[in-house]
Write a protein that binds this ligand. Structure first.
Ligand SMILES: [Zn+2]
Length: 231
């Protein structure tokens, strides 16, 4: 059984279809590995359905995986390319990187890759590679992270909320070990030093909140120099 799950509140928001699709993607991936959370969401769906029936006589909310993917695909239509150009790898190498993955992950990965070809891996450090995905999300960045077996990731802080779902292999930090399917939410200010286990590479799906846009007096002074202006 998995140790790390989304909070009940997150599952409730997921059931109601209120989560940004990048976050919903992480929850959905976790649900495919976690019968416990899946049951909770089913219960919330029933509750939400009967609540709606008694109030505005609407259909129960049914937020399926395919609907979610459709939402992400729609978002992608307006997406700007976030992919760095360097270190392109061939389709075969992408396949090799994901060869041991289970069928559910394959569904997630294949859908994401379909609109992200060629997938571009950027070397962040000796043990860490990152591939940013185009999802059309202005509020979140979605990427794959690959940690080489036994590899360490330098200690880092989190500027925004960061959600990680382990797709393959496992990694550990000061707080414990995270296995395939585990859902880890790091809050701003949380510092950790992840390390992949010795026997296999670790592949994760990571969603990071976009950096906070500048507002207030300083924001007004700085913003004329950058493209974003607060409304
Ligand atoms: Zn769970």
């Amino acid at each position: 059984m998995l140790k790390n799950h989304p909070s009940d509140n997150t599952l409730l928001e997921f059931s109601a279809g209120n989560l940004p699709s990048a976050v919903a993607l992480c929850v959905s991936t976790h649900l495919s590995h976690c019968p416990e959370c899946k049951n909770k969401v089913s219960e919330y769906n029933v509750l939400g359905g009967s609540f709606l029936k008694n109030t505005i006589k609407s259909e129960p909310v049914n937020f399926s995986f395919d609907q979610l993917m459709q939402r992400i695909e729609n978002d992608q239509k307006d997406a700007e390319s976030l992919l760095p150009k360097e270190l392109k790898i061939s389709k075969e190498k992408v396949k090799t990187a994901f060869e041991n993955t289970n069928r559910v992950n394959e569904k997630v990965i294949t859908k994401l890759l379909k609109s992200n070809e060629p997938l571009t891996w950027r070397k962040v450090s000796k043990s860490l590679h990152e591939a940013v995905l185009k999802t059309g999300q202005s509020t979140h960045e979605v990427c794959f992270h690959k940690i080489k077996k036994g590899g360490k990731v330098v200690e880092h802080d989190h500027k925004g909320v960061e959600i990680t779902v382990v797709l393959e292999g496992s990694f550990s930090d000061e707080s414990g070990t995270y296995k395939t399917g585990d859902y880890i939410e790091m809050q701003p200010g949380n510092i950790h030093k992840p390390r992949a286990t010795q026997n296999s590479d670790c592949l994760c799906l990571t969603v990071v909140e976009a950096p906070v846009k500048l507002t207030g007096v300083i924001g007004k002074m700085v913003n004329p120099f950058i493209s974003f202006r607060p409304r």
